[in-house]
Design a protein around this ligand. Structure first.
Ligand SMILES: [Zn+2]
Length: 360
């Protein structure tokens, strides 16, 4: 199967009213088979409107009956991916919704340090590449845990260059890990490659894993965290589950599938963990997504119908009024987390795998 298109790494020009042209041109034809195992026994897992009213077009998630892989279907075109990635990460509309603000707030330094500590039992890494690093907040926090490690960052957006300018990463690599030029440049350079909530955004997670192993030194460690499609919140909250609500989640891989794939690539599974990576935001996230549906649309530069001053002010007022409600839900998420992370309500998992040692 040829590699699927990735979103462009180049900045896009603003095109006001872009969505007025319709959302269908952002979608590929619907798939009739599972992108993970090829089975044609697919179940509809979710059909729902877009996560916010200013981003029209339904989102669908199908699940494979044979391997339980869940995936966005129909999937975005390269242009659609670029649009949404831009919207979330780079654009002025980036953090205009309650849900996006809430999710962005969860990349806290404390969580990053906890993830970095997962590598403490292993030999101290000299070099570490964080894939999908964004503004480099993970390397910045991880440096406190691994002060003698050199952290580099890779990201398709210009945020990685800001991360280097701010001293959060030593080297900034802009692009995709699967780009041949990047693979050649970084081949066998790293003791650790980390991917935090990255694989689910990629068009071809298998290609991404192969690329990660290419840039690892023999015997190096791969540290992965992804949403767990088996999380009971997915069933309970349906379209309001945050892991569905983010339009850029293309693949949701069951733990067993990812473990089997890594072993097939010659890796040894060192640990897998469903407890610590649980992020307490499901209840507040679902509430924020629901509020985003009912509040007047935000001032997104490219939405189909430009917002009026009155609607913008109304949204600001209503968002302020709803904030205590979301804060209460967030407090509930945190209060329940110690219990829920031990159950199937845990919403993410972590894998540490060691690549094959070099031949003697
Ligand atoms: Zn399958």
């Amino acid at each position: 199967m040829p590699p699927a298109p990735q979103p462009s790494a180049a900045p896009r020009a603003e095109r006001p009213g872009e969505l007025a042209q319709g959302a269908d041109r952002f979608r590929q034809p619907r798939r009739e088979d599972c992108p993970w195992c090829g089975s044609t026994r697919l179940n509809i897992r979710l059909r729902a409107p877009g996560p916010a009213r200013h981003r029209p077009g339904a989102f669908g998630v199908d699940e494979c009956n044979d391997c339980a892989h869940a995936f966005q279907n129909p999937r975005f075109t390269a242009e659609g991916l670029a649009f949404h990635h831009h919207d979330f990460h780079d654009g002025r509309a980036g953090l205009d919704s309650l849900a996006e603000r809430l999710l962005a707030a969860h990349g806290s330094a404390r969580r990053h340090r906890a993830a970095a500590r997962a590598m403490l039992p292993f030999p101290e890494p000299e070099s570490w590449l964080d894939v999908g690093t964004g503004q480099g907040h993970f390397p910045q926090a991880a440096k406190e845990v691994h002060p003698y490690t050199s952290f580099d960052g890779l990201d398709p957006t210009r945020r990685v260059e800001k991360a280097r300018a701010a001293g959060r990463v030593e080297e900034a690599h802009r692009g995709h890990l699967t780009d041949p030029a990047i693979l050649t440049r970084l081949s066998s350079r790293y003791d650790v490659v980390s991917m935090f909530h990255h694989l689910e955004h990629t068009s071809d997670p298998r290609a991404e894993l192969r690329a990660a192993l290419t840039v690892l030194r023999p015997g190096g460690h791969l540290l992965i965290e992804v949403p767990d499609p088996g999380c009971a919140f997915g069933t309970l909250l349906g379209r309001w589950w945050v892991s569905y609500g983010r339009p850029c989640h293309l693949h949701l891989m069951p733990l067993s599938n990812l473990l089997a794939e890594l072993e097939a690539l010659g890796c040894t599974i060192v640990t897998s963990d469903r407890r610590e990576p649980h992020t307490p935001y499901d209840i507040a996230g679902s509430l924020a997504l629901a509020l985003d549906r009912v509040l007047p649309a935000p001032d997104a530069a490219r939405r189909a119908v430009p917002s009026t001053v009155f609607r913008r002010r109304l949204r600001t007022a209503l968002t302020g009024a709803a904030a205590p409600l979301v804060a209460t839900a967030a407090a509930l998420d945190h209060a329940l987390a110690p219990l829920l992370r031990r159950t199937r309500f845990s919403n993410a998992y972590r894998i540490i795998a060691r690549s094959a040692p070099s031949p003697a």
